[in-house]
Structure formats: C-alpha cells, structure tokens
Write a protein that binds this ligand. Sequence first.
Ligand code: C2E
Ligand code: CA
Ligand code: CA
Length: 313
Amino acid sequence: MQVQIFIKMTIGITELNEDINESINQSSVASNDAFNEQLHYKFYQGEITLKSRNLEILGSVNQSLKDDDFHLVFQPKVDVKTQQCVGAECLIRWDHPRFGKLSPIDFIPLVENTNLINTMTEWIVKKVLTKLEQYHDVYDAKKYPIAINLSTANLSPDHQLYKSIIHMLQQFDLGEHVIQFEITESLLMKNPMDSIAVIKSLQENHISFSIDDFGTGFSSFEYLSQFGVTEIKIDRVFIHKMLSSDSDLSLVKAMINLANLLQIKTVAEGVESREEAEMLRELSCDYAQGYYFAKPMPFDDLLVFIQNEQIKH
Ligand code: C2E
Ligand code: CA
Ligand code: CA
C-alpha cells in the first residue's frame, strides 16, 4: 500500500539575539503566524504582533457570530459499563476569516475577560436549542442531554444572561434536563455567593450542573454538595497518569468513591486507551469521554454514532 504524505513548511525569520532561546521562540511565533496566514515565510514582528492579533481576534467576535464563522462540535459521553452514549459535550470551533482554524484555547481566555463571553454563550445555547428542536424526531435530548461549557462571567447576577437562558428554555419548551452546564472549580471558588443564586435559579429551571476539570482546584466535596452539583468530571491529567502512578490511581479511586457516597456521578475525561477504560470500569466510574470512544464531531455524525450503537446493542 502506498500512502501519500503532504508536508507543508513555513519559515519564521528573526534577528539573532544574545539569548538564543529567545530567538528560537520569536522565529517559531513568526512561523506559526505564517502558517495561520497561509504564507511561506514571515518576519517576526515583535511583541505588538501578539497584542494586536489578540485585539483583532476580540474585535472580530461579533462579526463572526453574525457570519456563522463559529460552529459547534459534540463529543459523546459514554456509560463505562455498557459503553452506550449518555449525552454529549458541546465544544466551540472558529474558522477565523484571517487566522484560519482557531482552537478554543486560543480565544476563550481572551473572550472570557470581556462581556463578549455572554454574547457568545447566549449564541451557543440558542444554537444548541435550535438543533434539538430541529432534530427532536430523531434525537431524544432527555436521553442524550447536551452539556455546554460556562465561563465565570456567565454566572454574574449583574448580567442578564441567565434570565435570557431561562427565557429561551421556556420559548423552545423542549422538556426538562435537555441541556446541562459545565463549570470549573475555579469558577465556583471565585464568587461563590454571587454564583450560587444564579446556579439555583437555573437548577429550578431543570438544568443540572457538572464540575469540569475536577481535582485541579481546591473545592471540597462538602462544598460541592452545597451547590447541588450532580456530576464531576475528573480532569484528564489524572486519567493519563493513573496507570503509571500509584498516587494518581489512588486519587482517582478516592474521587470516585467519595462521589459515589454522595450520589454524585463521575465522568473520566480524556480516556485514550482500552486499558484506561477497563481500569475505570474496575473503579466503578460512571461515565467516560475521550478519543478512545469518540472525538468531537458535527451534530449529524453524533446522530449516526448513536444510531450505530443502537444497531450494535
Ligand atoms: P474542556 O471543557 O475540558 O473540554 C475538553 C477538551 O479536551 C476539548 O478540547 C476536547 O476536544 C479535548 N479532549 C477530549 N477528549 C480528549 C482526549 O482523549 N485526549 C485529549 N488530549 N484531549 C481530549 P477543546 O475543544 O480544544 O476545548 C478546550 C477547552 O476550551 C475546553 O476544555 C473548555 O474549557 C474550552 N471551551 C471549549 N468550548 C467552549 C465553549 O463553548 N464555551 C466555553 N466557555 N469554553 C469552551
Ligand atoms: Ca468541559
Ligand atoms: Ca474538562
């Protein structure tokens, strides 16, 4: 069998500094810029490049929301025992008109520092509800709820986002628990008193909350139960290391056992191998997500993923 491999090369150019590592960093920034701008080479344009690039990214969010340059992909969450799908997480992608495909890691931290994050989250919730309405004949959203990631500013009581979400839920009227929110531990720790009122009113409107990247922050289980959290997602750094490090395995075990005691569901993030999946089954972890089961995919592919699974079982 012959396999054709296409190699794309870009060159980043900079002046040689006294600090050779700095020169290497600068040339790699320039080469990355060249790749994103589809050029063969580019000269390093100094710190201002990164700042102005970030400003340009922020400046184009609104237009890109209007032009549908953003789109959503969905990563299935599966039951560890039966391997059947139990829902999916919605992840945003951006086909930027100038910078090409941007990962959320490139723009969410920027957008999160501005009020634009509320506009973006509102756009995401509306897109998801619209999809669920459009596909309600073939997609049972109560059986496969969609989880949406929230940022800190999204839970601010000063902003009207949560009211707008509740309004959209009432308008779409798709039933209870069709969407879920994922929030990180650090988000909960930042403004606990402010967030709690907003979380409660969303919970009253039948949205459940899951704690993302669990284990990387400092929250206690007691604290979580005060927030009425129904699920924790164990961060993938622990899942990656649990087969090679006894202390990480003990940590994963302890998180699962404590969560089980408190009737909080556990999700293992970033599962990449059969061995990891088997270990999680032994540890009585409820659900898992990761490339071993499925990568994030367009909504249509998620429908096929679920249909194929129904044929298998
Ligand atoms: P997250 O919420 O922890 O999402 C999981 C990330 O891990 C996703 O990256 C997913 O593609 C990736 N992933 C899933 N399975 C595996 C695996 O087996 N191995 C590895 N190495 N990675 C895996 P993605 O889509 O690049 O998102 C990165 C982060 O950006 C997310 O982390 C989340 O914090 C943020 N994000 C993504 N979409 C949104 C959004 O719509 N709103 C907000 N506020 N944040 C978002
Ligand atoms: Ca998440
Ligand atoms: Ca996560």
